[in-house]
Design a protein around this ligand. Structure first.
Ligand SMILES: NC(=O)c1ccc[n+]([C@@H]2O[C@H](COP(=O)([O-])OP(=O)(O)OC[C@H]3O[C@@H](n4cnc5c(N)ncnc54)[C@H](OP(=O)(O)O)[C@@H]3O)[C@@H](O)[C@H]2O)c1
Length: 352
């Protein structure tokens, strides 16, 4: 098993030290993240989607890949879908806005034609903000018996205010984690039927920080008077991105015997629409070494295509390199996480 050469990517000491100081939650989490980012491995930082596709070579079996990318109408997801289709994969681009999706499809189809690529793109509409919508989508997709062997859970949002999904969940945990977990649950029979299959979860170095606080998450997801207690933009985002990391680990241990592997990753810091209404975030990006969009989608493409990653299932990647960030969670942590996720899904989908 490969272990990250730069163990400073995971910096629990710094995080715990800062967490006990009197700084506000948001600043603590941002500093933790900056610390991780500054220390991140430099050598593969600049690789683009094209570099990774070349590196993976013909053994990646890209023309045999049927890949669904969530959040494919903008940013990292759009570039991930575009690059994979141009390299020969059959890609389902998922978006919540049909108009946006049509524009994206048209642009990529033009490029595919120009490049005479064997790849293809197909648009699928689904709003991860609604569990009913996810169910409807998955039922249709399954009925049509579409082949699927790579699921890329990329869609994400960062909210300035405490907002709720249609089902009453705090929106960052609801969309970034629970919506994706429900989608995965419903598509799992197809992934198993087409195995070996991969699930790639786009997390963030902002996952670094306190462990999941299930009591707090239940409160945020409730209609109680004090539902917002303990909530802040960065705490909400951190908890949802940590859930992404645990989700990949939990999937890897639960579905390994079915030839399903799962990975989580940090894409880098990229100027996208994420948190575009949050002034603090844009200010901070001025001080951070950012990636361009093809560099930002490279680690996702790496996890989706790289042959021989089976032994790294469940692990967390950054700069197209495996790290030890996800390794610290015990089986007990994963069981508690899995049960909580299942409980939330069951409660909120009982009447659908
Ligand atoms: N950018 C960064 O620096 C950075 C750093 C670390 C991690 N990440 C992670 O990278 C992933 C992609 O983010 P990005 O930077 O590419 O952001 P982005 O440009 O805002 O793209 C996010 C995508 O998610 C979609 N989405 C949002 N809410 C959705 C919903 N309810 N249902 C379905 N789709 C939804 C968006 O759809 P619309 O086009 O309709 O809005 C868009 O396609 C996220 O998981 C994010 O947490 C980003």
């Amino acid at each position: 098993m490969l272990v990250a050469q730069n163990s400073s990517i995971n910096t629990p000491f710094h995080c715990h030290y800062l967490a006990t100081s009197k700084l506000s939650n948001d600043f603590v989490l941002i500093f933790c993240s900056l610390d991780s980012i500054m220390c991140s491995k430099k050598s593969r930082f600049q690789l683009t989607t094209e570099d990774i596709i070349k590196e993976c070579g013909p053994d990646s079996g890209i023309t045999q890949k049927h890949i669904l990318v969530t959040g494919a109408t903008a940013g990292i997801g759009l570039e991930t879908g575009r690059a994979l289709a141009c390299a020969g994969a059959q890609v389902y681009l998922m978006g919540r806005d049909e108009g946006k999706l049509q524009d994206v499809l048209q642009n990529i189809n033009n490029e595919l034609e120009q490049k005479q690529s064997a790849g293809s793109v197909e648009g699928v509409v689904c709003d991860l903000n609604s569990l009913a919508n996810i169910k409807q989508f998955a039922q249709k997709f399954t009925r049509e018996n579409k082949p699927l062997n790579v699921l890329i859970l990329n869609a994400g949002l960062m909210n300035y205010n405490h907002e709720k999904t249609v089902d009453g969940l705090e929106q960052m945990i609801g969309v970034n984690h629970i919506g994706h977990a429900y989608l995965t649950k419903l598509l799992m029979p197809m992934l198993i039927a087409n195995a070996p299959s991969k699930i790639v979860v786009v997390s963030s170095h902002l996952q670094s920080g306190p462990p999941l606080d299930y009591q707090m998450l239940d409160r945020w997801n409730s209609a109680e008077k004090d539902a917002k207690k303990g909530w802040s933009m960065m705490r909400g985002y951190q908890q949802s991105k940590l859930a992404n990391v645990l989700f990949a680990r939990a999937l890897a241990s639960r579905y390994g015997s079915k030839q399903i592997t799962a990975y989580s990753l940090h894409p880098g810091i990229i100027k996208t629409n994420l948190g575009k209404d949050i002034p603090l975030l844009h200010f901070l990006k001025k001080f951070i070494k950012t990636k361009n969009i093809t560099q930002g989608a490279a680690t996702t493409v790496y996890c989706a295509l790289k042959p021989g990653l089976e032994n790294e299932t469940g692990r967390y990647f950054s700069d197209s390199t495996v790290t030890n960030v996800a390794d610290k969670w015990s089986n007990e942590d994963l069981n508690i996480f899995w049960d909580w996720t299942e409980k939330v899904i069951q409660e909120r989908t009982a009447n659908l």
